[in-house]
Design a protein around this ligand. Sequence first.
Ligand code: NAD
Length: 245
Amino acid sequence: MHPSISTLRSRVEKSQRLVFLGGAGVSTESGIPDFRSAQGLYSEESGLSISPEEILSRDFFFENTEAFYKFYREKMLYPKAEPNDAHRVLATWEGEGRLRALITQNIDGLHTKAGSRNVLELHGSLHRNICLSCGKHHGLDSILESQGIPRCVCGGIIKPDVVLYQEPLPTQVLAQAVAAVKAADMMIIAGTSLNVYPAAGLVEYFRGDNLVLINLTDTMNSRRKYLYVEGKVGQVLLSLARTAP
Ligand code: NAD
């Protein structure tokens, strides 16, 4: 067993209050591209003269709603994606009472699909969509089955319940995430460039001494001591689960 994996394994086994913070890299093994990998969305030709960050902003949504939805449907929605080993292992850990909080920056809903019940979705979920006029909630089908700008039965524009650039994070979810990180004795961060705030700043609330990063590259810019495990998060978590007693 690779030394970093065996170290990680024994730390997970000893942990009483483990929290996990994941990003888009948790879902790449499910076939959903992340933003900042070599194969990520930001490296692709978007076919537009503006950046994905700009398209996925609040201003762009309201000023260019049709163009927003063209990009969103083409680049952000993967309705056939299935959970991978990372999602499954985390759901198992929750069931075992090993995982105190599962915090994600992802909007794809794959943790819930894998069976996790208590997921702190910092950036919302593409499965929830809300009419801006009457407040009616819609599922993902309303976006997938419509063309152009999706509209509610009342005629109002439907907006995904995801946090766009320029929008604040859901206050209660962020507060729960901060509380969980503060109370944790171990924090695993995985599949994230740690570029997007305030999610990336959650690590600063961690008071334990057991900080781990699982990623394809070392993205931690904290001065704190941490264990870096280089690899695919699904593979690494599965190897822990396989070797656990
Ligand atoms: P990011 O694209 O900025 O960074 C992803 C990181 O994960 C990179 O460092 C990459 O090297 C690493 N990575 C990729 N595949 C990996 C794997 N299999 N194992 C380990 N590491 C892997 O993603 P981010 O930090 O989450 O920030 C981007 C924002 O984009 C987030 O706010 C998120 O909401 C959104 N996003 C979500 C999805 C999704 O819901 N699946 C997909 C794309 C982007």
